[in-house]
Each structure stands twice: as structure tokens, then as C-alpha cells.
Design a protein around this ligand. Structure first.
Ligand code: NI
Length: 383
């Protein structure tokens, strides 16, 4: 029996063309109208039941084949607000938008897996093909969950993939437990009392208070987060005045926090609030913290990780102890509801994701698609 990778590789030209078409027409989060329509049309061509508008621009395909386990396979569809510099024939035709994270490839791999599963049906159960919008900070996973994703399309397990530049094509990497960090963005507004730069005694200088807050925030990870945990707190913005002789009335700090558990994320937020308010008060100023959690930490289920790693090992090289990364991924919200696993798949020697010269490697299509199909055949075996 040929492997799913071999079968899907026979359709390489067709799916590479689909991938390049999506690449040339990138759409931002929750605005993936063309992409969603293309996905729905391709699924219908394959004879697959299609549900559109799940979480705004999300699409779900359903393949039923017996009463076995119900497996969810998820891909993201959105692009990034940046200018493409690849100069490729299939480069973005939309100014200021680019598929720089390879979600065009993820969408295509899931379409290829859908074709394979629909045609071969070497499984017993139901496959839910989840095409998610808005992964890049637009809340697409939550939008689908709030639209009843797992109530309408119940899953016993759910799996997802992301391409990884620098990893050889055909290779996969994953780990059980926390694999990607939870992500928060924050703003701190320090309110002082502005005035003349030559008469600071008549002001409450928010620049000095804000600077002290930046310094004190460095103690949160160093002194409050236990050494065996991992977290990052970065101040990346400091917007103050714009004149040489004016002490501004207020300043705004902003940045990002990364942590591998909800508990640590809450601890960091709590300490940041205490420091911002307390330090500002010490200078006679006041401060408010606006802390927004964008994605929860991505935690792979142990059993599902074993299953996905075994499926990957049967197809090629696998690193089942792939190091956790500080980047975020909103598939994490789906993994909070349904046990599952997420893997990195090799994109070969390409530019990094989110780089203006990045392009998804079409050679990876049969490998990623084959892995998604293989985990279905493994977890919902034909009896
Ligand atoms: Ni991505």
C-alpha cells in the first residue's frame, strides 16, 4: 500500500498551483473571503460536505466514513500586513499584504489531505477539516469556538501543523506538554503633570516615573517567576513628549509578555500592575495597566503527541523532543477544548517566517498533507 505522501505527491502540480494562487491573493485576518470561497469550492469539487461562515470567514469540511473516532484537522488561512519582497511570479498582488507565515501552504496541505481522505477512505470515523481564519492576532480560533465549532462538529482529537524554515522538508518536530508560549500585549499609561523643561519642580515628570517603571519591571521575571518556569517581559514602546523644553503630561509604555502557563501569565500581570501603580505613586504620578492576553500557551496532549509523532516517524524523520518556542499560536485555544497536538514540519532552506523574502516551500505539501492524513488513519483505523 502506498503511503499518503506518495499518493499526494502525484497531485503535486495541481496543489502547488493552488498554493501559489492563494499566495498571490493574501487576505488579512477575518477578511479571508476569496480564500474561504476557494477552499469551499475545492472541497465541494471533491464531493465533501461544506459549512461556510463558521467564525466569520472560517470553513469546515466533513468526511463521514463509519462510527469510529472523530478527528479534527486544522489549518490557518490568513496573511500578514507587510510588503512582499520575493520578486516571485506568484508574489502578492495586494499591496501591504503578504503570506509571510506560510498559511497559504497550511491551507493547501489540508486541502490535499482532504482529497486523499475522501478518495481513499482508509479510516473508520469522521474527519472535520477546520480552515481557520485570523490566526495572526485577529482571534480566529476563538471566533470559531464562539460560533460553536466543537458543538456543531464534535472532535475526539484535533491536530495542526506549522511550517518551519531551516528544518529539512519531510521532517517533523513536536513535544508533549507546553510547546508554544502564551502571548499578551500591554499598555501602561503614566499620568503626571506636564510643564516647562526648565522648571521640573513645578511638574510631576512622567518620563522619570516611566523610566523607573521600565527598570522595576525587569525584576518580575528575575525575582517573581520561579527559575524552573520560563517567561519573557519586554518593554518595546516608550512614547513620551516631542519637544526639547516641554515635560509631557503623560507617557505610554507598551510591550509583550510570554509565558508557558496561565498561572504564570496571571502572576506576571499581577506583579506588573503592582509595580506600575506603586512606582508611579512614589513619584506622585499615577499609572494604569491594560493587559490583553492574545493567545493562551499551546499545550500538546501526551497521547495525541505520541500518535502524531508515530505517524510522522512512519513517514520520515521526527524530533519528538522539539524545543518549546516563545512564539504564540492561537490553535492553543482549540487544544484547551479538545486534546490534540501541533507539530512543526520542515520548510527546507527558506527565509524565516514573517520575513519579506519568505515563501512557503511547495515541496513540503505532500509531506504535511500526508502527515495529517496518516494521523487520521492511525487514530481512526478501519476495522
Ligand atoms: Ni503562522
Amino acid at each position: 500500500m502506498t503511503s499518503p505522501v506518495e499518493t499526494i505527491a502525484q497531485w503535486q502540480e495541481e496543489f502547488a498551483a493552488i498554493r501559489r494562487d492563494i499566495h498571490a491573493h493574501p487576505e488579512l485576518g477575518l477578511e479571508e473571503h476569496r480564500t474561504a470561497a476557494l477552499v469551499a469550492a475545492k472541497l465541494r469539487e471533491m464531493g465533501i460536505e461544506v459549512h461556510e461562515g463558521v467564525g466569520r470567514t472560517g470553513v469546515v469540511g466533513v468526511i463521514r466514513n463509519g462510527n469510529g473516532r472523530r478527528i479534527g484537522l486544522r489549518a490557518d488561512m490568513d496573511a500578514l500586513p507587510m510588503e512582499e519582497e520575493t520578486g516571485l511570479p506568484h508574489a502578492s498582488t495586494h499591496k501591504g499584504r503578504m503570506h509571510a507565515c506560510g498559511h497559504d501552504g497550511h491551507t493547501t496541505m489540508l486541502l490535499a489531505a482532504a482529497r486523499y481522505l475522501q478518495q481513499t477512505r482508509r479510516f473508520d470515523g469522521t474527519v472535520h477539516l477546520i480552515f481557520q481564519p485570523g490566526e495572526e492576532g485577529a482571534g480566529g480560533a476563538l471566533a470559531m469556538l464562539e460560533d460553536g465549532l466543537f458543538e456543531r462538529f464534535p472532535c475526539d482529537e484535533v491536530y495542526g501543523l506549522h511550517n518551519r524554515p531551516g528544518m529539512p522538508v519531510g521532517q517533523a518536530g513536536l513535544r508533549p506538554g507546553p510547546m508554544m508560549a502564551g502571548v499578551a500585549f500591554y499598555d501602561i499609561v503614566v499620568q503626571g503633570r506636564g510643564g516647562h523643561g526648565a522648571r521640573p519642580e513645578a511638574t510631576v515628570d512622567p518620563v522619570v516615573a516611566g523610566s523607573a517603571i521600565v527598570g522595576a519591571l525587569q525584576s518580575v521575571v528575575a525575582r517573581n517567576v520561579p527559575a524552573i518556569e520560563r517567561a519573557v517581559l519586554s518593554v518595546t514602546r516608550f512614547d513620551a513628549g516631542n519637544a526639547y523644553n516641554v515635560i509631557p503630561d503623560r507617557v505610554r509604555l507598551g510591550g509583550t509578555v510570554r509565558a508557558f502557563s496561565r498561572t504564570m501569565m496571571e502572576l506576571v500581570e499581577q506583579r506588573m500592575r503592582a509595580i506600575a501603580e506603586g512606582v508611579a505613586a512614589g513619584f506622585g504620578a499615577s499609572a494604569t495597566l491594560d493587559f490583553r492576553v492574545l493567545t493562551t500557551p499551546l499545550v500538546n496532549d501526551a497521547g495525541a503527541t505520541e500518535a502524531l509523532a508515530a505517524a510522522a516517524a512512519a513517514l520520515g524523520a521526527t524530533d519528538a523532543d522539539f524545543p518549546a518556542v516563545m512564539g504564540g499560536e492561537d490553535f492553543a485555544f482549540m487544544l484547551e477544548k479538545v486534546p490534540g497536538a501541533y507539530a512543526m514540519v520542515g520548510n527546507g532552506d527558506t527565509a524565516e517566517v514573517h520575513h519579506p523574502k519568505f515563501d512557503f516551500n511547495d515541496a513540503a505539501i505532500p509531506h504535511g498533507a500526508g502527515l495529517l492524513a496518516a494521523v487520521v488513519e492511525r487514530q481512526a483505523p478501519r476495522v
